[in-house]
Design a protein around this ligand. Structure first.
Ligand code: PEP
Length: 255
């Protein structure tokens, strides 16, 4: 019931893929395929592609996001990009706390929280990633992990600011592995995360929150996953690099 009131959002996470000409070609192919989407369509691209993407999506329904941002406004942080720099370019979204950042770049719940704060302060919308490792699922602590990651990341975020946050439940064991959570598993954890948010911000705010699923979502399994009450869209890695596949997922979310 409440699902119909929430905006479904399909966001592509291109990761470290595509040169600028390749990015432009992919977006040009994608635009006509998703123009009638009845859901939000976002592409999160490498920093080097942001300007190309912003130019290419002009006049379309596709929004552009970055894949990370630093928490400081500016300063001696060689190699980093601030949220203000992204906002100034016209970027609207930023992915924060992706498991690849946690796994390979020392991201912690605390730095995720600082980045979320900085992104909100800059006026950006945040796609906040949470999710358990395989051994944590096997230990039966999926809920504890997702609750802790969600609560720490949202520290200091007001109820008003929550409307600029999307939470993406991404079980780490399902990312880039071809191993998807079952629709039931995704729905169960997405619903649990919504419950955590309800305790922090109240039932109404939690019911309005977009909670995506991410982890090997593709053209074949999207419809089943997106049909679940608590799955309000998807964060799509591999399948976002193929216009046709990504558009099939967008169409499944538009139903
Ligand atoms: C991701 O990068 O967030 C992701 C879900 O990747 P994939 O779809 O390739 O599993």
């Amino acid at each position: 019931m409440n699902k119909a009131k929430r905006q479904a959002v399909i966001a592509g996470n291109w990761k470290m893929n595509k040169t600028r000409p390749e990015a432009k070609a992919l977006i040009e192919e994608l635009k006509p395929l998703v123009k009638d989407a009845d859901c939000g369509v976002v592409i999160c691209v490498p920093y080097t592609n942001l300007e190309t993407a912003l130019e290419a999506v002009k006049g379309s329904n596709i929004k552009v996001g970055a894949e990370n941002c630093h928490w400081a406004k500016s300063g001696a942080f060689t190699g980093e990009i601030s949220a203000d720099m992204l906002a100034e370019m016209g970027v609207e979204y930023v992915v924060i706390g992706h498991s690849e950042r946690r796994q390979y770049f020392g991201e912690t719940d605390q730095t995720v929280n600082k980045r979320v704060r900085a992104a909100l302060d800059a006026g950006l919308r945040v796609i906040l990633c949470v999710g358990e490792l395989l051994e944590q699922r096997e230990q039966g602590i999926t809920e504890e992990i997702c609750a802790m990651q969600t609560k720490v990341a949202l520290g200091g975020v007001t109820k008003e600011e929550l409307s600029r946050i999307i939470i993406a439940y991404e079980p780490v064991w399902a990312i880039g592995t071809g191993k998807t959570a079952t629709a039931e598993q995704a729905d169960e954890v997405n619903g649990f995360i919504r419950g955590v948010v309800a305790k922090l911000y109240g039932e109404e705010a939690a019911q309005a929150l977009t909670v995506q699923y991410g982890g090997s979502m593709n053209a074949k399994n999207a419809e089943e996953l997106l049909g679940k009450e608590h799955v309000d869209g998807g964060l799509i890695g591999g399948a976002s690099l193929k216009a046709e596949d990504f558009s099939v997922i967008v169409k499944a979310a538009s139903r």
